[in-house]
Design a protein around this ligand. Structure first.
Ligand SMILES: Cc1cc2nc3c(=O)[nH]c(=O)nc-3n(C[C@H](O)[C@H](O)[C@H](O)COP(=O)(O)O)c2cc1C
Length: 214
C-alpha cells in the first residue's frame, strides 16, 4: 500500500503522514527500495520537535528542502514550553511566588503562564467549554503586595490572585491555597505583621493534594 501511495503522487509531492504506522512503510519503500525518492514524507506527529523541523530545511534523497516558516528562535521557544509543561506535569505541588506588579502578575510570571497554557497540550478547547488536562495538584499562591487586597477598599483592584486562579483553572488546576504577604509598602510594622501572619498560615498548611482549597 505504501508503494501505491507513493506511486500515486505527482512529481516532487509532499506527503503528510501521522504516526509511525503511517510513516515507516513509506520510509522503507523510499530508503530501502528506492521508490519515488522525489517525494518528501512529513510526519506531522514529529512537527513539534526541533531536530525534525530543522532537517526539513535540507534536501533528502531527490526531494528538495522545505521552506519551513518557523525560525530557529520560534522552535527554541516551543522547546522551552515543552520543558515547562513537563516540569508542571511532574509536580505534585505547585508553589507560585507572585509579587503584585501594577495590580497583576509580573511579566516573568506572565511569560511562564504563556508557555504552559497550550491548547491541545494542557487544555482542550470545545463548545462545552475548555477542559483542563493538568489535574490532581495542590497549588500554593504566595502573593506579595505593597498594599492590602484580601479585604478593604483595594480588594476589587486585585488582578493577581483571581487571575492566577482563573488561568490555572483553565488548564485544570482547582485546588488552591493563597498565602498573602500584604502591606509591604505600609512601613515596617504593617509589613512585618503580614509576614508573621503568612508564616503562621504556612505552619498550618496541609501539603497534600486535594485538601480543601480556599
Ligand atoms: C514595578 C512595580 C509595580 C508594583 N505594583 C504594585 C501594585 O500595583 N500594587 C501593590 O500593592 N504593590 C505593587 N508593587 C509592590 C510589590 O508588589 C511589593 O513590593 C512586593 O512585596 C514585591 O514582592 P517581591 O519582593 O517578592 O518581588 C509594585 C512593585 C514594583 C517594583
Amino acid at each position: 500500500m505504501a508503494k501505491d501511495y507513493l506511486e500515486s503522487c505527482a512529481p516532487n509531492a509532499i506527503l503528510f503522514t501521522f504516526g509511525d504506522n503511517d510513516t515507516y512503510p513509506l520510509w522503507y519503500a523510499q530508503e530501502v527500495e528506492g521508490i519515488r525518492t522525489d517525494i518528501r514524507v512529513i510526519n506531522t506527529s514529529l512537527l513539534g520537535i526541533d531536530w525534525y523541523i530543522n532537517q526539513l530545511r535540507y534536501k533528502v534523497n531527490n526531494s528538495d528542502s522545505i521552506d519551513v516558516i518557523w525560525t530557529p528562535a520560534q522552535i527554541e521557544a516551543v522547546g522551552l514550553a515543552e520543558t515547562l509543561v513537563a516540569e508542571l506535569k511532574a509536580a505534585d505541588i505547585v508553589v507560585i511566588a507572585a509579587s503584585m506588579i501594577n495590580f497583576g502578575p509580573s511579566s516573568t510570571l506572565k511569560a511562564w503562564i504563556d508557555h504552559i497554557v497550550w491548547p491541545g497540550v494542557t487544555m482542550v478547547p470545545s463548545h462545552e467549554g475548555p477542559r483542563g488536562l493538568i489535574t490532581g495538584k495542590k497549588v500554593f499562591i504566595v502573593a506579595a503586595s505593597g498594599g492590602i487586597y484580601s479585604s478593604g477598599p483595594m480588594a476589587a483592584n486585585d488582578m493577581l490572585v483571581p487571575y492566577l486562579k482563573q488561568i490555572l483553572g483553565f488548564i485544570g488546576l482547582s485546588d488552591f491555597e493563597t498565602i498573602r504577604v500584604e502591606a509591604q509598602s505600609f512601613g515596617p510594622e504593617d509589613a512585618l505583621r503580614s509576614v508573621d501572619a503568612a508564616l503562621t498560615q504556612v505552619a498550618t498548611l496541609k501539603l497534600s493534594a486535594n485538601s480543601t482549597g480556599r
